[in-house]
Design a protein around this ligand. Structure first.
Ligand code: SF4
Length: 324
């Protein structure tokens, strides 16, 4: 699609780690391995999978908080990986991130008002102190916090309020896309629902697009329009949330769906443990990485990683669906 706000092609990020005692064995972890997807304007695109599947590394690589090894990242056709200096700063205005733990991204010694004002000042988005203060007040109101919050320190807020501050900070630069990395997973269930409602409202009002990273299928089903399922560094299926939940094509998507059938975020459980252990990304199984856990595995599955094919407009990598 040419109107995508973000296009990712062949993204790779491999890490070298030392193993053993003493640490003499060097292994390569293919955290993100040939990942491709698009995000359309104003849509919430989910990246979901078990812990260690590469979804958070992918999110950070999109913003170059981690430098990718290979692949293409285009924001509105502009090459994110090639951007430097002023061009990179301009791109970072448009692409923002919200972390699971907003506290880690807030300076505990700076008042919330200062934390929100800083990016506005650095990027020259206001002409006067009064305008900066006005923007800060408007941001706080938009995320449901009182104006008086500007004069308080991060530790004075609850987890849900801190996440609202993290969201306000991301909004301060008027982005077009936010990478939300497990933004509600550290919160109580009732607070999760409130923060998701806030994000939904922002999506509708501001036309914001999201790359929404989560291990919780209930949250993803509630918030996202389309979804990529990741397994050991690779995307195994992409489709609309309705398609993937109604008729998953990939056996792994089906397992996730069957184990988490409840869409209401106040009722769902966490992504369940499904049959078998997740293999290590440092030593993935041959062929299709999912074959040791797959009830449909065929001999070819142990030998050859399936190609990604398009089935009814959906992207899937499985030998059952023409991936040979
Ligand atoms: Fe299962 Fe084979 Fe499809 Fe992998 S390629 S998910 S092992 S059927």
């Amino acid at each position: 699609m040419t109107d995508a706000v973000l296009t990712v092609r062949g993204l790779r990020k491999h890490f070298t780690v030392k193993r053993g005692f003493p640490r003499t064995v060097t292994v390569t972890v293919k955290a993100v391995d040939d990942v491709s997807f698009e995000v359309r304007p104003g849509e919430a695109f989910g990246l979901v999978g078990e812990s260690g599947c590469g979804k958070s590394t992918t999110g950070r690589a999109l913003l170059r908080l981690i430098e990718p090894d290979d692949g293409e990242i285009l924001y509105r056709g502009e090459n994110v990986r090639a951007a430097e200096g002023a061009a990179l700063r301009a791109l970072r205005r448009k692409l923002q991130i919200v972390f699971q733990d907003p506290f880690s991204s807030l300076n505990p010694r700076r008042k919330v008002g200062q934390a929100l004002a800083e990016p506005i000042e650095v990027h020259g988005l206001a002409r006067s102190r009064a305008e900066v203060d006005g923007r800060v007040a408007a941001l706080l109101a938009e995320v449901g916090l009182p104006a008086a919050a500007a004069d308080r320190y991060p530790h004075e807020f609850s987890g849900g309020q801190r996440q609202r501050i993290g969201i306000a900070r991301a909004l301060s630069l008027e982005p077009e896309l936010i990478v939300a990395d497990e933004p509600v997973s550290a919160l109580d269930v009732s607070i999760q629902a409130q923060v998701l409602e806030l994000l939904r409202g922002l999506q509708a009002r501001r036309g914001l697009a999201f790359v929404f990273i989560a291990h919780d299928l209930g949250v993803v089903r509630y918030f996202c329009q389309r979804l990529a399922v990741m397994y050991l560094g690779r995307i195994v299926e992409v489709g609309t949330v309705d398609e993937l939940f109604a008729e998953p094509l990939h056996p792994y998507t089906r397992m996730l769906r069957d184990a988490s059938p409840i869409p209401d975020p106040t009722m769902r459980g966490k992504l369940p443990r499904i049959e078998g252990e997740t293999p290590s990304a440092a030593n993935p199984p041959s062929g299709c990485h999912f074959h040791p856990r797959c009830p449909h595995a065929k001999p070819v599955c142990r030998e050859i990683y399936p190609k990604t094919t398009i089935v009814g407009g959906r992207q899937v990598a499985c030998h059952l669906h023409g991936g040979t």
